[in-house]
Design a protein around this ligand. Structure first.
Ligand SMILES: Nc1ncnc2c1ncn2[C@@H]1O[C@H](COP(=O)(O)OP(=O)(O)OP(=O)(O)O)[C@@H](O)[C@H]1O
Ligand SMILES: [Mg+2]
Length: 283
């Protein structure tokens, strides 16, 4: 697939105060979340979180530190099971599913703190992602107990394609842990993409990156959407990145949604400005 999308699409209203890009109207949203919430003991970390993400939307989830953003990703992937609310991935409920099953249903993610198999090669890390998307048991092949069979050659070729997408095929045999930080972040995205998701969740993908790496990341996020025809939802503190590439943005503060809208709407929303300035004063 090599669709190209306009960078500033029109957002059109959807029921329940949600928006999707105009091009995604008439198609089932990739993600429909209603009144999601979780309590940890007495603490309500996320409450009444609802969002609709269009099939090819780049969506942003922002908010001050501790607002509940990562908790939302943990709820969407069933790392935490919700106390309240529902999640539909391409129309199917994730209730009661394992994280692995949710991945199969179409949600892949990366983590705020990189999680790679640092002793495995770059290629094998991507093959772990491929394995998750396959029906036959591939894990044995990844760990070499099958020898170098035909199936493994095919997996090697597929994994290399994902690496090539990020211009890192030449690093295939290096241990993942030996890569510079920015390359490790790209590898984590490659591994997530190898699971053939319908939506990929990126938790602070630009954290620790220099401006040129961030610019490259921005381009890569657009390429992911355009080439794979999937949706992207990102948590990010880099406002330049968020405002440049996100179509719909949702703002969390103290576990609640305080605003939703286009980048321009969010930038000028007094509640959002207050949430960020308030935190700056507390700090
Ligand atoms: N497993 C848990 N047990 C108890 N409290 C938790 C748990 N996970 C998250 N929390 C709490 O939920 C709140 C939201 O945390 P979360 O990590 O989702 O914030 P965040 O928006 O991702 O922040 P940051 O921008 O710093 O990454 C915090 O008060 C945190 O301490
Ligand atoms: Mg977080």
């Amino acid at each position: 697939m090599n669709n190209s999308y306009e960078h500033k699409p029109k957002l059109v209203p959807y029921p329940s105060n949600a928006f999707v890009p105009e091009r995604d109207i008439g198609k089932r949203p990739v993600l429909e979340v209603n009144h999601l919430g979780i309590d940890f003991g007495g603490l309500t970390a996320v409450d009444d979180f609802s969002i609709i993400v269009g099939r090819t939307e780049i969506a942003g989830l922002i908010g001050p530190n501790g607002a509940g953003k990562t908790t939302v990703f943990n709820l969407l992937t069933n790392v935490y099971h919700p106390t309240r609310g529902s999640i539909l991935v391409d129309g199917m409920s994730t209730a009661g599913k394992s994280t692995h099953q949710v991945n199969h249903m179409g949600i892949a993610r990366t983590f705020q703190n990189i999680r790679l198999f640092s002793n495995l090669s770059v290629l094998d890390n991507v093959k772990v992602g491929l394995h998750n998307s396959m029906k036959e048991n591939f894990f044995a092949a990844v760990t070499h107990s099958f020898g170098y069979g035909k199936a493994e050659k095919k997996a090697d070729a597929q994994a290399l394609e994902f690496l090539d997408f990020f211009h890192m095929a030449d690093l295939a045999n290096a241990p993942a842990g030996s890569l510079p930080y920015g390359a490790q972040r790209r590898l984590e995205i490659a591994r997530a993409l190898a699971t053939s998701p319908k939506i990929i969740l990126l938790d602070e993908p630009a954290a620790g990156m220099n401006p040129s790496e961030t610019a490259e990341l921005m381009e890569n996020i657009r390429r992911i959407r355009d080439n794979f025809g999937i949706a992207v939802m990102l948590i990010e503190h880099d406002m330049k990145l968020v405002m440049n590439i996100c179509e719909g943005i949702c703002v969390l503060d103290h576990g609640k949604v305080i605003a939703k809208g286009t980048p321009d709407e969010i930038k000028s929303n007094p509640k959002v400005v207050e949430a960020y300035l308030g935190k700056a004063k507390e700090a």
